[in-house]
Structures are given as structure tokens and as C-alpha cells.
Ligand binder design. Structure first.
Ligand code: FSX
Length: 382
């Protein structure tokens, strides 16, 4: 049977087309979700508004489970412009179908912020009956048909970079547009793939996860998940050792680290199977999971956080001052010691010179130098 290109695209309108069907095995995560024979997969419509596309790219960078496993075994990704095989009318028809035929049967994932200036016309996605449709219109209609909404990435959760001042498009986060549906916020620019997949599995298996007061899953963003608390550079902070330039040993606070105000588990989870993460790579945490990102914490990306926002810093400074005073005392004693030694040696030399016994001057000089050296050794021991 001959299938037309349009039919082919309709069959593979979901994302499965882009991935090989080989190497299928159920990881523990999917077994826990009781996903078998393709049943129990979570239908997802993933809509993208004003973004850099980092969020879906991060999502498919998942390693455990792999992208293939997620897309074939865990979810049915019916629409996502970055990953799906379909384009044009076929792709747009998936959105229309969800709105008109699948009410309550899918989760709406949104990434990117939603512009409302100029009636939303700063971001248009496709056409219906020859008329372009704004992201704002799509999101309002899709959200009212969805069973729940998951905002993925800091643009969708808090506004992120598109909403940074002066925000000419009046970019809004999903929470400002969607009021009538359960909403989960998964911030991060981009978010870790396990935050997104773990949340979706929870929805599939157990329903909505426990959320904090900003609607973030507590398991990834709870109040005990402050980047600073589990940072492997924390020992330097506690010892008052701060890097003054990139590449230098020490805590990255002076270089703008937002770890003390950033909530997420990245300092223990790590990126790319825990190979590394921001601070381990020498780049200070930029607080990308926070509503204040990218500059509302009172400092720019690489500017020092206001000291008042850094717990424990006052004690570090107090300790540093105390140590400074103690060192100052030792230094003063050392300088005084040097002066005494120098005075002794000078006195001896003058005495010898006054005897006009030049033959002994070098010998006395050596002896005087030895006196200075002995005095210095004692100072170092101090
Ligand atoms: Fe924003 Fe996501 Fe940062 Fe980019 O889709 S959260 S700019 S990683 O891509 O929206």
C-alpha cells in the first residue's frame, strides 16, 4: 500500500519518528511507573513560546532513562516543534485536535515566556484558516483543554530572560496566564532533564507531586535544596577563602555566585550523569532557578550578591577580622625582631670598622648575617 507523505507525517506526528526502536529495555524508573506494552504512557502536548529552545534540548539529553525510552515507553509526545517529525499543517492539526477532541486527556507542557504586548503578536505559531495564531491564544485554549499544566524552564515559570527589564514584549510566565488548572513549575535555564522526567513520572504514577509555595516539586527544589548548602566549594566559604578571579582556588561568592539564594539539587545531582555542574566547572551559580533570575537578586549574573543575602557571611568576615588582627600582631613582632637583629649587626660592624681592622670585616659580616638568619627562623616559628 502506498502511503502519501502527508499520511506518513500523520502517522509519525509524535516524536517517536526521530528515534531508533532498538535497545529497548525498561529502566527501574519506568518499571516503577508500571509502563508496559506501550500502555500507560502520558500524552503530552509540549508548546514552545519565547525561548532559546534550551529546555527541550536539555530534555532529550537525558541519559537515564534515555530519550528513546522516555519517548517510546513513558510519554506520547504528540506535539513539540523541536523534536517532532511533523511540520506545517500536520503539526498545527495536532494542537487543534488536542483542543477539540482530547479534553482532559493530556498534560500541557509549556516552555518559554508568553508575550502579551501587541495582543500577543510578538510570538505567533502557525496559522489556522489563513490567520496567524499567537502563542497567547494557543496557550489559553490548550490549557483549558488540558488536565494539568507543567511550566518547564525559567522563562515559563518566572519570565526568565525574555521578561528581563525593559521587557518590550511584556513577557509573562505561565502562572500569570493560567489560573484554572493545576500548575507545576519546573524552573532552570535550562532545567535538568531528570527534574522534568521525574515530575512527569510522578504525575503518571502517583498524580501531582508535593509542591512548595512556588508550585515547584519539593523533591527537586525544596527548602532543603539550597545550592550553597551542598556545594563542594563550601569548605572554602567556611574557611573564608574566596576566589578573586576565575580559575583561582576558593569559594565563588566574590565572582557572583548565587548559590546561597538558589533552590535546586544541582550541587548533588550534577549534569551529564553527574560528570560536572556549574561551580565544579569554575563558573559561579547564576541562580537560574529563581524568580529573581537573571538580575533581580540585587546583582547581575557575575556581580557579588548583597552580603545580607548570604547566611554565615557575617561570621566568616568576623573570623577573618579576628585572624587578621592576630596575624597583624605576629607581623608586628616579626618586623620588630628584624629591626633588633639589623641594629645588632650594624652595631657590630661599626665597632669593627672603628678598629680599622678591615681583615675581620667580612668575617663579622658573615656572623651578623647568621644572627639575622637565626632571628628570622625564630620569627617563622612564631
Ligand atoms: Fe528559557 Fe527554555 Fe532558558 Fe532557554 O525553552 S529557561 S532561555 S534554557 O530554552 O525557555
Amino acid at each position: 500500500m502506498l502511503i502519501t507523505r502527508k499520511k506518513f507525517l500523520q502517522i509519525f506526528a509524535g516524536s517517536v519518528a526521530g528515534f531508533a526502536l532498538s535497545d529497548l529495555w525498561l529502566p527501574k524508573l519506568l518499571q516503577a511507573a508500571n509502563v508496559k506494552n506501550g500502555k500507560g504512557r502520558l500524552p503530552i502536548i509540549w508548546f514552545q513560546a519565547q525561548n532559546c529552545t534550551g529546555c527541550p534540548v536539555s530534555f532529550i539529553n537525558t541519559e537515564y532513562p534515555s530519550a528513546e525510552e522516555v519517548l517510546i515507553e513513558l510519554i506520547t509526545l504528540e506535539y513539540n516543534p523541536t523534536i517532532m517529525g511533523a511540520t506545517g499543517d500536520v503539526a498545527i492539526s495536532m494542537l487543534e485536535k488536542a483542543i477539540t477532541e482530547e479534553e482532559g486527556k493530556f498534560i500541557l507542557v509549556i516552555d518559554g515566556s508568553i508575550p502579551v504586548e501587541a495582543e500577543g503578536n510578538f510570538c505567533n505559531v502557525g496559522e489556522v484558516n489563513g490567520k496567524s495564531v499567537t502563542a497567547l491564544e494557543w496557550i489559553e485554549k490548550l490549557a483549558s483543554a488540558a488536565s494539568a499544566v507543567v511550566a518547564v524552564g525559567t522563562c515559563a515559570t518566572w519570565g526568565g530572560i525574555p521578561a528581563a527589564p525593559p521587557n518590550p514584549t511584556k513577557a509573562k510566565p505561565a502562572k500569570d496566564i493560567i489560573k484554572e488548572k493545576p500548575l507545576i513549575n519546573i524552573p532552570g535555564c535550562p532545567p535538568h532533564p531528570e527534574w522534568v522526567i521525574g515530575t512527569l513520572v510522578h504525575v503518571l504514577k502517583y498524580g501531582l507531586p508535593k509542591l512548595d509555595d512556588l508550585n515547584r516539586p519539593e523533591i527537586f527544589f525544596g527548602s532543603d535544596k539550597v545550592v550553597h548548602d551542598n556545594c563542594e566549594l563550601r569548605q572554602y566559604f567556611d574557611a573564608g577563602i574566596f576566589a578573586k578571579k576565575f580559575g583561582e582556588k576558593g569559594c565563588l561568592y566574590e565572582l557572583g555566585c548565587k548559590g546561597p539564594v538558589a533552590h535546586c539539587d544541582i550541587s548533588t545531582r550534577g549534569w551529564n550523569s553527574s560528570v560536572s555542574w556549574c561551580n565544579r566547572a569554575g563558573g559561579p551559580c547564576i541562580g537560574c532557578t529563581e524568580p529573581t533570575f537573571p538580575g533581580g537578586s540585587g546583582s547581575g549574573l557575575y556581580e557579588k550578591l548583597p552580603a545580607a543575602q548570604v547566611p554565615g557571611l557575617a561570621e566568616i568576615n568576623a573570623n577573618a577580622n579576628t585572624i587578621g588582627i592576630a596575624l597583624g600582631g605576629a607581623t608586628a613582632a616579626a618586623i620588630a625582631g628584624h629591626a633588633v637583629a639589623r641594629a645588632i649587626s650594624t652595631k657590630k660592624l661599626k665597632k669593627k670598622q672603628s678598629r680599622s681592622d678591615s681583615s675581620h670585616i667580612e668575617e663579622e659580616n658573615d656572623k651578623a648575617d647568621q644572627d639575622i638568619q637565626n632571628t628570622s627562623d625564630k620569627e617563622e616559628k612564631i
